[in-house]
Design a protein around this ligand. Structure first.
Ligand code: HEC
Length: 196
């Protein structure tokens, strides 16, 4: 992020009123509680280079690039991850299993949004409505609460950048963890279950 944006964020956080209470303990797997391991993870996966202006693109696209990649973090949900929790580059923006547990976060490259206009995407970021008259739910509803507060020009920039992404195939989620019925047994035809 731009240093002045980080400073603004810090000023905002400093301006919040204190709230009584205790921070609950972490619920992370052991490996992610070792700080050294986090440093190693960052060495492997963290992209540190600042977002560069692309002179071949216009100012709106460049603003969208910054908002989506440095601030909006759309790819953090709309991608699949490897076993160490890092985004697999070939699936960036192409969707993946919801990190909060259930469901699949959709592909937002032209593979799925191919027929969306910029106005469609701006509408979604403003009201949560998709062009086929669905209203987005779960964590995307929270995202829309925030994008709806942006100036219209910022939503237009985000939409311009997202619609310029290269088309990528939607990754196939791993086989479901649910037990599978492989047959039936006995007079009462009890299901025979097999764990995947
Ligand atoms: C916290 C996770 C999260 C983040 C961050 C996030 N999304 Fe989403 N997004 C979702 C989920 C989950 C859905 C599916 C919601 C539904 O269908 O009810 C979704 C749906 C969408 C859809 C609708 C796709 C379709 O075909 O229905 C679009 C477009 C979209 N997101 C764009 C964005 C953009 C642009 C950003 C960044 C500004 C973003 N999302 C950030 C979780 C996220």
């Amino acid at each position: 992020m731009q240093p002045e944006d980080v400073a603004d964020l810090m000023a905002y956080l400093r301006g919040l009123r204190a709230v009584a209470g205790r921070v609950p303990p972490h619920e992370l797997p052991v490996i992610f509680r070792i700080r050294r391991a986090i440093g190693f993870w960052k060495l492997l996966f963290l992209e540190r280079s600042p977002i560069q202006q692309d002179p071949a693109r216009d100012a709106v696209w460049n603003r969208g690039h910054y908002l989506v990649e440095a601030v909006g973090h759309c790819a953090e949900c709309h991608s699949s991850r490897n076993l160490l929790g890092a985004i697999k580059p070939a699936t960036r923006f192409a969707g993946g299993p919801d990190q909060e547990g259930t469901g699949f976060v959709p592909n937002i490259t032209p593979t799925r949004l191919g027929s969306w206009t910029r106005a469609d995407l701006v509408e979604l970021l403003t009201t949560g409505w998709t062009p086929d008259r669905r209203k987005v739910a779960s964590s995307m509803a929270d995202v829309v609460i925030n994008t709806a507060q942006l100036p219209a020009s910022e939503r237009e920039a985000i939409a311009t950048y997202i619609l310029s992404l290269p088309a990528r195939p939607t990754p196939q989620p791993r086989r479901s963890q649910a037990p599978q019925v492989t047959g039936y047994r006995g007079r009462r035809r009890r299901p025979v279950l097999r764990l995947p």
